[in-house]
Design a binder for this molecule. Structure first.
Ligand code: SF4
Length: 292
């Protein structure tokens, strides 16, 4: 069991038991990216060869993913480009870390996802733009009682208009000069419709040049954010965290009702609701497709 299962319980109490026992028929691509970045951290943080981007594309070409609306091939390449860039930024930090031990709550060992440590500092590498989105990994990290928690956040926006528009993936080409920009600068609003979008993978831009563009266009904070958290020291507060974690961990294996408002965006909808289709609607509408 890991910290993600505790977060899933708060999304739907039925979900973590399903996630522990079976893979969904197809993973939403955003969830797949989280798993691949988690897998890529260990080699990056121990200076071993990293194969996450290739593994991700192989999975896109074999099992496939659930995609937001758009061309699956383009989206898979955009997301793989984001994954590659995020791991390069982690590499740039120059950290050498080992996986953090699990938190223990009422005798249950709960792995803290994407948590690594050196002598006194626990590092959390998470997808999201706000520490509040990472409730359970941060709570469980406090149970390890490090001196500080260094939170490394990688914002991952939703795909829009069939592309994943982040400065790790997409540049904008000026209609007249052909110059490329990764982000608007202070005082600018948006790139007009005349600027064309071009993916890093589409023109095989070298990472060195792209990284220079991130500095030039001052957009690292759209890619990576770092926070230092000073953990809770109050024994009563730590006991409360431990008790809450233990209560959720104990409740996960119990049966729970299945009709939830979140079913339409859940990858287990076709298992929980095998007898009927669940509509996939809105911007996160997903089509069942495989990239070849
Ligand atoms: S399909 Fe619905 S009931 Fe089943 S795990 Fe997902 S959110 Fe929960």
């Amino acid at each position: 069991m890991n910290s993600r299962h505790l977060s899933q319980f708060e999304f739907c109490p039925r979900l973590p038991a399903l996630a522990i026992s079976t893979l969904p028929p197809l993973q939403p691509i955003r969830e797949a990216i989280k798993a691949h970045i988690a897998a890529g951290l260990r080699p990056v943080l121990s200076a071993a060869p990293v194969t996450s981007t290739i593994d991700f594309l192989n999975e896109a070409a074999s099992a496939g993913f659930l995609y937001p609306s758009g061309d699956p091939f383009t989206l898979a390449q955009d997301y793989s480009c984001w994954l590659d860039g995020a791991l390069r930024i982690v590499e740039e930090l120059g950290l050498r870390l080992t996986p953090a031990p699990p938190a223990v709550a009422a005798g249950k060992r709960i792995q803290i996802e994407s948590a690594y440590t050196d002598a006194s500092t626990l590092h959390l590498f998470l997808i999201g733009s706000d520490p509040d989105e990472s409730k359970w990994p941060i709570l469980l990290a406090q149970l390890a009682e490090p001196l500080t928690i260094e939170l490394h956040l990688f914002p991952l926006p939703s795909a829009r208009g069939g592309r994943l528009s982040t400065p790790l993936t997409i540049a904008y080409r000026h209609p007249l000069t052909g110059s490329l920009r990764l982000a608007t600068l202070d005082g600018e609003t948006n790139f007009s419709a005349k600027w064309t979008r071009v993916g890093r993978w589409e023109e095989e831009f070298g990472w060195g040049n792209w990284r220079d563009g991130i500095d030039r266009d001052q957009c690292i904070d759209q890619i990576y954010r770092h926070f230092t958290i000073y953990p809770e020291r109050d024994p009563d507060a730590l006991r409360e965290i431990r008790e809450d974690a233990a209560a959720i961990a104990a409740a996960i294996p119990l049966p729970h009702p299945r009709l939830r408002e979140n079913c339409s965006i859940c990858p287990y909808a076709r298992i929980c609701h095998a007898e009927k289709e669940v509509d996939h609607v809105d911007d996160d509408a997903r089509s069942l497709v495989t990239v070849h």
